[in-house]
Write a protein that binds this ligand. Structure first.
Ligand code: HEC
Length: 174
């Protein structure tokens, strides 16, 4: 019986860092370093970083295809105006802010993203905002069925794509 509390404390010391709860819940382990495991736990492994680069490449290629399709229809070359809202939705729902988490930069994996993307977070957020504003305008125009207005709004999206690429994408990547 005398040893039971000691054993519990030992188990807590082992269990809490594993659960990521050491900081708040274990006064008995105050000398145990708790920040380092937590900090590394939030970074992706190299394999996860590679998967993210693959994923965002495919998302980007998808955006490129949807831009082409939308421009063909909005430009009147293809008479399928009913498809425009769908293309607009794809463009407007690109999860740009989630595609570039910490630990997926050129210091870790082979990527066409510049290191500035992670050091200039404000600039990157502004580029995303510009893109989101432009794609929202495309969505609105596509819903009215006004092809010239949609075509014009798509031009703004194209500017937002290349604006971000100019700042945050390595030239001649692929
Ligand atoms: C907010 C920034 C940003 C916006 C907006 C953006 N891109 Fe990108 N794009 C990037 C970055 C960064 C890369 C490099 C990603 C990598 O290699 O990890 C990239 C890569 C690409 C690629 C190469 C994909 C590959 O690896 O084969 C294409 C194609 C592309 N983007 C098209 C587009 C199109 C089309 C749009 C607009 C409809 C767009 N992008 C909007 C940042 C952006």
């Amino acid at each position: 019986m005398k040893h039971a509390p000691t054993l519990s404390v030992l188990l807590l010391m082992i269990a809490f860092p594993l659960l990521g709860g050491a900081k708040a819940a274990s006064p008995a382990t105050s000398t145990t370093p708790t920040t380092a495991p937590d900090a590394t736990a939030t970074l992706p492994t190299k394999a996860q970083a590679k998967s993210m680069v693959t994923y965002r490449s495919v998302v980007m290629q998808d955006l490129g295809k949807n831009m082409k399709l939308a421009n063909l229809v909005a430009g009147g070359q293809i008479a399928r105006p009913q498809d425009l809202p769908g293309y607009a939705t794809v463009l407007a729902s690109a999860p740009l802010a989630e595609l570039f988490p910490a630990g997926t930069g050129p210091d870790v994996v082979d990527t066409g993203a510049k290191p500035e993307l992670w050091t200039n977070q404000i600039g990157f957020s502004n580029a995303i905002k510009k893109y989101n504003d432009a794609t929202a305008a495309v969505t609105a125009a596509a819903q009215t069925g006004d092809l010239p207005a949609t075509k014009l709004a798509l031009t703004q999206v194209g500017d937002a794509c290349s604006g971000c690429h100019d700042s945050f994408r390595v030239e001649d990547n692929k």
